[in-house]
Design a protein around this ligand. Structure first.
Ligand code: NDP
Length: 333
């Protein structure tokens, strides 16, 4: 599979270029940047043959089979539609778009064109999360009553920029982190939040966008979910818990890009550490994407997953702004 990168981004540099290149027969042909010099420098640094500033030129290269979109959030929609129209498979960063309607159009366009479309939600590829899901699905904690998600981190200086000061580019902790937590909880519980309440605010970093949010979600099963996302917490650590009628799962330091953390299962039989695989999260995601594009299986998070995680995040933002219990609108999915 030959790739074009849409966006000369840090996530591409840090994780995804490597994850593309470890796949059998994969190659990166081109990168798109809005800035000629940044694009050239990025291409040089990563040994990518072509750099462009015109998306149509990148997409007109018939040797490119797939694109990875990792521009700022407001650009995903138009770039994905252009790539789909050109017949490319699309791996798109989260959040898929700025609005639910835009995300729905992207997913429907890919289905109509018959190309593979996936959302880069890395967490569900982690060995830790796969092990947690196995515990839940196999009934080890009985009927799930509640979940708590701890995802308050300290955003490093180099990642601030548009995330903390540019609402028009999709800044704010809700599109950045709540969207991942929505996907992770959906992955574990195999159900979609019905409605949410939330409070958001700024706590030292956000300039015109929220840098912290807490929310509570109702699930169709009756389970309750509590989440906390922030850019300003240096020492909180991350984690996720599931509490059921027969036991509890306590996972720590697992809301991360790295294959780290710990899982403890507590039941009437006592406490046990739960082992898990420590493969690279992005390698797994790209492997499943490449296989899906070849007609084998599904991407780890597909387009509908991306629509649904965005839907929950948008409901959380509306709930925080209005103070009202807000139903989650999934745009017909
Ligand atoms: P970056 O800020 O690194 O890149 C976004 C855009 O900013 C790039 O496309 C580039 O524009 C421009 N840019 C990059 N570096 C510079 C610079 N030095 N000066 C000026 N402009 C620059 O964003 P991220 O990599 O952090 O995020 C990109 C997307 O990926 C977002 O949608 C985000 O939500 C998502 N993401 C997903 C993660 C995951 O694990 N799934 C993790 C991190 C981010 P151009 O392309 O025009 O050159």
């Amino acid at each position: 599979m030959r790739w074009g990168l849409i966006g000369a981004s840090r996530i591409a540099s840090s994780f995804v270029i490597d994850a593309i290149r470890v796949q059998d027969g994969a190659d990166i042909q081109s990168v798109l940047s809005s800035d000629v010099e940044r694009g050239k420098a990025f291409a040089g640094e990563h040994q990518i043959p072509d750099s462009y500033t015109d998306l149509d030129v990148l997409l007109s290269d018939d040797s490119v089979d797939a694109v990875y979109i990792s521009t700022t959030n407001e650009k995903h929609h138009a770039q994905a539609l252009a790539a789909i129209a050109a017949g490319k498979h699309v791996l798109c960063e989260k959040p898929l778009a700025m609005t639910l309607a835009e995300a729905v159009v992207m997913v429907k366009a890919a289905a109509e064109k018959g190309v593979t479309f996936a959302t880069n939600h890395h967490l569900r590829n982690a060995g830790s999360h796969l092990a947690i899901r196995d515990l839940i699905v196999s009934g080890r904690i009985g009927k799930v009553l509640s979940s708590r998600v701890f995802h308050a981190v300290h955003l490093p200086e180099h990642l601030r920029g548009w995330r903390i000061n540019d609402a028009s580019a999709g800044g704010g902790v809700i599109p950045d982190i709540t969207v991942h937590d929505a996907d992770t909880v959906r992955f574990h519980l195999s159900e979609d939040p019905v409605d949410v309440v939330a409070k958001s605010g700024t706590s030292g970093m956000g300039e015109g966008v929220e840098d912290s949010v807490m929310s509570v979600w109702s699930m169709p099963s009756g389970a309750m979910v509590q989440t906390h996302e922030s850019f300003t917490h240096g020492f909180a650590g991350t984690g996720i818990e599931f509490h059921g009628t027969e036991g509890s799962i306590f996972a720590r330091n697992v809301m991360t890009q790295q294959p780290i953390g710990s899982i403890r299962l507590v039941t009437a039989d006592g406490e046990a550490e739960v082992p898990f695989e420590t493969h690279n999260l992005y390698h797994r995601a790209l492997g499943l994407f490449v296989a899906a594009a070849a007609g084998n299986g599904k991407p780890s998070a597909d387009g509908v997953d991306g629509v649904k995680s965005l839907a929950v995040a948008l409901a959380v933002r509306t709930a925080a702004q209005t103070g009202e219990t807000t139903p989650v609108d999934y745009g017909g999915f």
